[in-house]
Design a protein around this ligand. Sequence first.
Ligand SMILES: [Zn+2]
Length: 277
Amino acid sequence: MHQPRGVGFGRTYLLEGQLDLVGSPLGYHRRVGSSNLRASPGGYVNLHPDAGNDIYLWKIGDGVALDTFSTSKTWSYLNPLGPRVTWYEAVWFKGRIPRHAFIVWLNSRHRLHTRDRLRSWGLVVPPICLLCNTHDESCQHLFFDCVYSSEIWLYFTTRAHVSPTVLFEDGITWLKNPCQDENTALILRLACQASVYILWKERNSLIHTNTFITAPTRLLEVKSIIRCHLDPLSRAQRISSPSDSFLVTWCNSFRRHQFVKGFQPSSIKINEGCAKF
Ligand SMILES: [Zn+2]
């Protein structure tokens, strides 16, 4: 019998006609990568002289044996999906920026190495938040409670006239449906993810390069990123009127910069051109 080459999964062979090696009395099974799939390479079988050519059939679990192999179905069988988390739509929504969503996903899984986690592992690191130097650094503080991060996030929530919850976990879930207007909801999701990404970047920049960039400047950076991202999204929108686009919503509600407390135009050293956003 011919055997397929270059395939990394266990195989179950069914022979056409009367031979079925799955139920072979030899009982030989080879475990390959998973307990869910077993291979039966066969052994001694009595081939009838008039038997036809062998064919290969792929059988996944208790499914029907087919003559086609599906990598995706095999992967799904070997790695079954768990229950969907409540914040799934808030992180992996359509139109997201992948690198931002990845950081938020890590944070939702409590996998970012904030200082409270490092200290809980016994590492000797100062507990203080690098962005404000007044409170201990934790996920909740760094992305929601810190005055630095509040200055960025509040800009978007006040412009959208919404009041998110104060706890990080609840806030992520809240982003699934933050308001009635779909355009504004998408912009808020993008703003939250961009803010978390930029805040984590600023925090790491302080650790590794000791370079501090003010919150208003970071806010302009977030706005620039979102504005640039909304352009292709708006072009791909299927809307009855151009006034319903993401960009129009952005320009009407979020574009103009609101001078927040402590904002000093002279503090802008990078991305100065994005002020128009
Ligand atoms: Zn802080």
